[in-house]
Design a protein. Sequence first.
Length: 185
Amino acid sequence: MTSDTMPEANACIRVLRPLSWGGALALLALPWVAMRFTDEVAWTGRDFALFGAMLLVACLAFEAALRVARVPAHLLASLLAIGTAFLLVWANLAVGIVDEPEHPANLLFAAVLLVGVIGAAISRLQARGMALTLSAMAALQVVSGAIAVWIASQTPALFVLAFTGLCTAAWLAAAVLYRKAAVAQ
């Protein structure tokens, strides 16, 4: 963290850092605890490893955002974007957005995340570049959802469209927050 970090961002960081890591540990422990009480949850070591890796990536991404954020809007935008990306990966791996997780149309949604990773690298997590990246992700999310509905006739289109709408709204909200952060900096 640099000395030019604004006091509001410092206060947010002091609260958010332990919440993110503690929340990740709690989420990882949740299925383990559930397995003690019900047979409905039956995770394997592979499931825990994959979920742990997803949580680790999310927490490390948030740590990177904490290092460049100068205003609370930047932190909130990062949290929203990382949370949405996590939800997209989790839904795709757990049940598949389109039919089963192995359905080829689900790869369309991976392209949205790839745009996010490339945009974040190019913009070096700076607010103005991240606003453009999240806007591009929102547009690609809509295109991916439309193509997925067209390709997969067996999946209820309403679910794919609703999930696409949810993710698109989150990407756009994060883009607005990044724009606000860029203006404030």
